[in-house]
Design a protein. Structure first.
Lengths: 226, 96
């Protein structure tokens, strides 16, 4: 269920949307991997050369690297990189049975679902590669934390096999996830149906009593299933 | 080995044991990290994330053990070697 090619595959496909290799997620992955390998190598070296002298000065120096400096770097970089990598659609598609159909639909070159149209126009508000996250998580730390907590639940259900396909969102897609980008756009504001009689943005839209999905095509089209 | 020398042995060996424990914990998390980052398997990545507190425990164990070793003055090439093998001290012939 891991992405094709693992880390090498990810790094090879990294130059995307005109960007060269070297985003900080790329670097974070490499640094975290190097730190892990260095820790293991240094521990093995310490055990081999100072097996019965682990409290001597040279052994403590080696241990300071393998049990102090490098683990601190790993905690910092590893956590941050893993959390950021988990925002990428490649990560979402890792759960093949459950998520891959949705990601495949989004990536369709001539797809007509909302997700596909957004993907074709590269409507990710922050950075490329996080299209799932851009629409399914709110802005800010609160949105990130909420998405991560929900993701943990999803991962649990995937590992234990307690899910049904096609998977459904637990609470439906909220208008706020659409409006966080569209509300301020002139194109959105020009549409008569989006405004009330006073010319203000329609209250039922903002409150979510009228769903965006009532007029707009489904977010994902999986053989006629949304 | 007499009772007093055994007690001395235990007292001197605990920093060494703590370092071994720290090596085991941090080494296991690092191995998990290698597997997670090479394969980018989401389950391994999640396990790696959940194992981060273990890294902090390992670091804390090492810091305590290193400070104890430095405080007891055993962090030298010669005495440190004997500290890890206290039986060498206990069987050393008396100097007349």
């Amino acid at each position: 269920m891991s992405p094709a090619g693992g880390l090498l595959g990810f790094l090879r496909s990294s130059p995307r949307f005109g960007e060269g290799w070297g985003s900080w997620v790329d670097w974070g992955m490499v640094v975290a991997l190097v730190a892990c390998v260095a820790i293991v190598a240094l521990i093995v070296a310490t055990r081999a050369f100072y097996r019965h002298r682990s409290t001597t000065a040279p052994a403590l120096f080696l241990s300071m690297l393998s049990l102090g400096v490098l683990p601190i770097i790993l905690v910092w970089i590893g956590n941050f990189t893993a959390v950021e990598y988990a925002k990428q659609e490649r990560f979402c598609a890792s759960c093949h049975d459950a998520m891959a159909p949705y990601v495949d639909d989004m990536r369709k070159a001539h797809g007509t679902s909302l997700s596909s149209l957004h993907f074709q126009d590269n409507f990710a508000p922050t950075q490329p590669g996080i299209q799932c996250y851009a629409c399914h998580a709110s802005y800010g730390v609160h949105g990130t934390l909420k998405a991560k907590m929900q993701g943990l639940g999803d991962a649990y259900r995937y590992i234990t096999g307690t899910y049904r396909t096609p998977i459904q969102m637990p609470t439906g897609f909220k208008n706020s996830e659409c409006l966080k980008c569209h509300l301020a756009s002139r194109l959105f504001q020009r549409i008569r149906l989006h405004r009330d009689e006073q010319g203000q943005i329609s209250a039922p839209l903002i409150e979510g009593t009228v769903s965006c999905g009532m007029c707009h095509v489904a977010g994902h089209l999986l053989g006629g299933t949304t | 080995m007499s009772a007093s020398s055994r007690e001395t042995s235990t007292r001197r060996a605990w920093p060494s044991r703590m370092i071994t424990t720290a090596q085991t914990i941090i080494g296991a998390v690092a191995l998990l990290g290698v597997a997670a980052w090479v394969t980018l398997n989401p389950i391994l990545l999640l396990l790696f994330l959940f194992a981060q507190p273990a890294l902090l425990v390992g670091i804390a164990l090492f810091v305590v053990a290193a400070l104890a070793s430095l405080a007891s003055g055993s962090a030298t090439a010669a005495s440190g070697a004997n500290a890890a093998r206290p039986e060498a001290l206990s069987h050393r012939p008396a100097i007349s």
